[in-house]
Ligand binder design. Structure first.
Ligand SMILES: [Ca+2]
Ligand SMILES: [Ca+2]
Length: 453
């Protein structure tokens, strides 16, 4: 009996060790599903391009994309709905059908209304950024023709949405063309949760240098950040990465944040909000004679962390994307080695690397136009996936296996699950929101706006 009891104790102790080991296991990324968009609605020679993706408030996926037939310029713009296992729901919805080139599709879901905003650029000589506001069943609720009211070339739209449902859009515009043929500039505009323009919220980066590739993210409910690349003239430090921050409610522009100003070319920045007024920034850097991916974190006071290497090998690493779940952040990129490989790395919100780099897609096709989004415990990547025979769009769903349990926060948008370390922040936001919506909040806001004029 004594021996039996002893063995029982040993087994119980072992179980305890195993249990605690699983409790303290590090978080990790697990590739769950891969698929290519269903081509049955299109001709064999139709090319699928320019993916823009977002999760709905119920965890389904909306993807916008363009089509081109057999290399001709004729193209359409479509939106499709997929469930969380990447299975198609219903048929592809044709939003635009004109013989004009289209590109730069971007999508966001407004957490307040549940509506999806899809934007793209359209046109041949005078390119415009246009948009559609869609319900989560892809009904068009409103269309924005000449969305941004500028008569000049507009490309590269980037969207961001805050907890309060404020929407920020940044884009590249040739408005100041009198400054020279290469004088592209970055513009921003902001809307409230009902898509009404917030007055006087149009910030710019409009000198005679070439500013392009904007990426927008909300630091807080009303502070919008836009990171972009600047090509210096004369060429001294090559291309650099700069960030601007706007308070879209108070119409205030903070001082520029020089994200990376160093020798050589820094390109293609992307930003993601990681809560607590903090932004995770990534870019590709050419200064080491090949392309590498680096990152920095910008904190509330606009202070930057030290630069950290994300993908630094002898191969060219390009087109970084970053998506945040608040507690964890995923950076993904295309490694152009003997073939194109999509890789991903997990980070904590403080920039600490978690685990090692994973391979998200290793198929032997060319890959381009990588985009990323995140929701709940999932990251999603979409990209153009092509060879000589076809040009598809493929999706990879990557699950985050957390080391800590999630909480369901009732009363929040769609009762979403939330990580422990984000609880306080989320509750504060909900409290602020309630105060804002109260009668006195409205009166107080009105009085404040009178005095600030
Ligand atoms: Ca530089
Ligand atoms: Ca490299």
């Amino acid at each position: 009996m004594k021996t039996k009891g002893f063995f029982g104790f040993v087994i119980a102790a072992l179980l305890l060790v195993m249990l605690s080991a699983s409790c303290f296991a590090a978080a990790e990324l697990i590739v769950e599903q891969k698929t290519s968009l269903d081509r049955s609605e299109f001709t064999k020679s139709t090319e699928l391009r320019n993916p823009g993706i977002t999760f709905t408030t119920s965890g389904d996926i909306i993807i916008g994309f363009t089509t081109a037939s057999g290399g001709r310029t004729g193209s359409g713009l479509f939106a499709e709905k997929l469930d969380s296992s990447l299975a198609k729901i219903g048929s592809a919805k044709r939003l635009v059908d004109e013989a004009l080139p289209k590109g730069d599709v971007a999508a966001i879901t407004n957490p307040r209304s549940g509506d999806i905003l899809l934007v793209w650029h359209e046109g041949k000589t005078a390119q415009r950024i246009k948009g559609d506001l869609l319900s989560d069943s892809l009904e068009v609720k409103e269309s924005y023709d000449n969305f941004l009211q500028s008569p000049h070339l507009q490309v590269e739209p980037s969207l961001a949405v805050s907890d309060f449902g404020y929407v920020g859009i940044a884009w590249t515009d040739w408005m100041q063309r009198s400054n020279g043929p290469d004088s592209y500039d970055v513009y921003v505009k902001a809307y409230d949760s009902r898509m009404k323009i917030i007055e006087h919220s149009r910030g710019t980066a409009t000198d005679d240098r070439k500013q392009t590739k904007p990426s927008a993210a909300f630091l807080s409910s009303s502070n919008l950040s836009v990171v972009y690349q600047v090509e210096n003239t004369p060429v001294s430090y090559g291309s650099d990465i700069i960030m601007k921050v706007y308070d879209v409610v108070k119409n205030y522009t903070f001082e520029d944040v020089p994200v990376e100003i160093s020798l050589g070319n820094q390109y293609n920045p992307k930003a993601a909000a990681i809560g607590n007024n903090t932004i995770f920034i990534v870019w590709e850097d050419e200064k080491d004679n090949n392309y590498n991916i680096y990152g920095k974190i910008m904190a509330q006071d606009h202070q930057l962390s030290d630069k950290f290497g994300i993908a630094v090998t002898q191969y060219d690493e390009k087109m970084p994307v970053v998506a945040s779940l608040g507690d964890y952040v995923m950076v993904a990129w295309i490694e152009r080695a003997e073939k194109d490989i999509i890789k991903a790395q997990l980070y904590k919100r403080n920039g600490q690397e978690v685990g090692s780099t994973i391979t998200a897609d290793n198929s032997s096709t060319f890959k381009n136009n990588l985009v990323a989004t995140a929701y709940d415990s999932n990251f999603l990547l979409a990209f153009e996936d092509y060879n000589n025979l076809k040009r598809d769009i493929s999706l990879v769903k990557i699950n985050l296996k957390r080391d800590k349990p999630l909480y369901v926060l009732e009363g929040s948008t769609a009762n979403q699950t939330i990580a422990e370390e984000n609880l306080t922040e989320k509750l504060d936001n909900i409290q602020q929101q309630k105060e804002k919506q109260s009668f006195f909040g409205i009166v107080w806001g009105f009085l404040k706006s009178l005095f600030s004029r």
